[in-house]
Design a protein around this ligand. Structure first.
Ligand SMILES: [Zn+2]
Length: 167
């Protein structure tokens, strides 16, 4: 049996496939319409105008955990970015700085885009994220800054994305 993918349910996709439309499958987002305003008691993000935003806490807001805090609580990331290679190892500090800066900028606009964990596994480092777009965005930023080889594997059933950057 020849499996090309290391992970069940994932298939390799091209970087510019129109893959990122199918969020309907995301159990963390498909929970029905929230009342507005809703505030997340964990992080203080406010659901307003149909999306989660950083806003001052409204009076008498409905309280419900946001999808990002929900994933963090469940330890169930949506995005997995693996970085490896000699270039990565010899520029690790600088690259991790770029990774965290990218998250900081994205999170300032989009409360649901967060890094969950940074873990070293042998000579690779894996960053997990609460949102597939953040993992993809960091991968694109790395590729833009340093080139290297960037690959995506997508699991459409669960809306999970693995990004591998090798350099
Ligand atoms: Zn939250």
């Amino acid at each position: 049996m020849g499996h090309t993918s290391t992970f069940a349910g994932f298939r390799q996709i091209q970087r510019h496939d129109g893959l990122f439309q199918e969020q309907v499958h995301d159990a963390y987002k498909a929970k029905g319409k929230l009342p507005e305003p809703t505030i997340c008691p964990q992080c203080g993000a406010v659901f307003h105008g149909g999306r989660w935003q950083w806003l001052p806490a409204p009076a008498n807001a409905h309280k419900e955990t946001c999808p990002a805090c929900h994933r963090i609580h469940d330890q169930y990331p949506a995005g997995f970015l693996t970085m490896q290679g000699e270039f990565f190892q010899s520029h690790r500090d600088e690259i991790m700085h770029l990774v965290h800066n990218h998250e900081k900028r994205e999170k300032a606009e989009h409360p649901l885009k967060r890094i969950m964990e940074v873990a070293d596994k042998g000579d690779a480092t894996m960053v997990t994220t609460t949102d597939i777009h953040l993992a993809r965005g960091i991968g694109e930023a790395l590729h833009h800054a340093y080139q290297g080889k960037l690959e995506y594997h997508y699991n459409p059933e669960q809306n999970l994305l693995r990004v591998n950057w090798t350099h």
